[in-house]
Design a protein around this ligand. Structure first.
Ligand code: MN
Length: 326
């Protein structure tokens, strides 16, 4: 069994559980999704051991902080979640590390919590669940908004990765899925919102202003490795006011890393390797919304070179997060 590091692995605290329940489903596990989200130790360690996961970088569930539109509550809940995660990591630092949850509703508060999480709590990066609702449920703000420039500046200074994780798009943005509820969530809507969000970030010039930012995208890049050539082909012919200096593939190959979370299939992995290279792909599962065993059984037997498997399975994570493991 291959030794692996996994980094789209979720937990919840009781305060953020409600949103996670929307994405629950039947599971072969003896524990349900809520129980596995709340368990930060015993059951999770058992599943990690059974599947060769030596280290897990934990992150809060989706949408969690990003849907708490009352700004003081978002700030408070992020602090509670980060403190609780830090306690878990403290107990088992050889097996667990953490991504900070951040109240992006208030960029200044997000900067303060980012600093605290990285420098005091030892978080290895940030995981944010897409757009944030701010002050009212209907006000969704995406991360390319210029209010976030000071945040990107601070993130670049701290030199830690930013994981852009999916959430359900606002109802007005998924009118095309009307009466097709089965296509909401992870089946389709998550990927559309998140790939669009990543394109907004890249094309708006964030990575020109902050060229050392590191963006992580799950689910083998949410379709972008497959689709980016056509996007760039069109943008190269007509920029139509796009602020970014370069085409999207430039940023995909310079600022973006993708994980295998929830995409346990070899053809899209090969496409991603051809488009981005094996150095920019990291193993992940999306626990507990996916089974660690499904991810591991697929990856361990996947017909790619042993050298690429070692990189994707753990070495790229060691390099990207400067992990002190060998
Ligand atoms: Mn996930």
């Amino acid at each position: 069994m291959l030794r692996k590091v996994a980094l789209e692995e979720h937990f919840a605290i009781p305060e953020t559980m409600e949103g996670a329940l929307l994405y629950g489903r039947d599971s072969p596990s003896v524990l349900g999704i809520p129980e596995r989200l709340l368990d930060m130790m015993d059951y999770r360690l058992m599943e990690m051991d059974e599947n060769g996961i030596e280290l897990t970088i934990l992150s809060l569930n989706s949408p969690a902080i990003q849907e708490i539109y009352k700004v003081p509550d978002a700030i408070e809940t992020a602090r509670i979640a980060n403190d609780r995660l830090a306690e878990t990591v403290e107990k088992r630092r050889t097996r667990f590390r953490g991504f900070a949850a951040l109240p992006m509703q208030d960029p200044e508060a997000a900067i303060l919590e980012l600093r605290r999480a990285v420098t005091e709590l030892g978080m290895l990066g940030v995981l944010v669940n897409g757009f944030s609702q701010i002050d009212s449920p209907d006000n969704d703000v995406y991360l390319d908004d210029r209010r976030y420039d000071p945040f990107w500046s601070e993130l670049q200074k701290l030199d830690v990765p930013f994981y852009l994780h999916p959430r359900e798009p606002m109802p007005g943005n998924v009118k095309m899925l009307e009466n097709h509820y089965w296509l909401h969530g992870a089946a389709w809507a998550f990927g559309v919102d998140t790939s669009t969000h990543a394109l907004r970030m890249m094309s708006s010039g964030i990575f020109d202003r902050y060229p050392r930012l590191k963006l992580l995208i799950g689910h083998l890049g949410e379709g972008l490795p497959f689709l980016v050539w056509r996007c760039d082909n069109m943008l190269s012919k007509r920029k139509r006011g796009m602020p970014a200096k370069h085409l999207m593939a430039y940023y995909m190959n310079k600022n973006v890393w993708v994980t295998t979370s929830g995409q346990f299939h070899t053809p899209p992995l090969i496409c991603t390797m051809l488009q981005m290279g094996a150095d920019r792909i990291l193993f992940s599962t999306d626990y507990p919304f996916e089974e660690i065993s499904d991810a591991s059984n697929w990856f361990d037997a996947c017909p790619i070179s042993e050298s690429d498997k070692r990189k994707i399975g753990r070495q790229n994570a060691i390099d990207l997060f400067k992990l002190d493991i060998r």
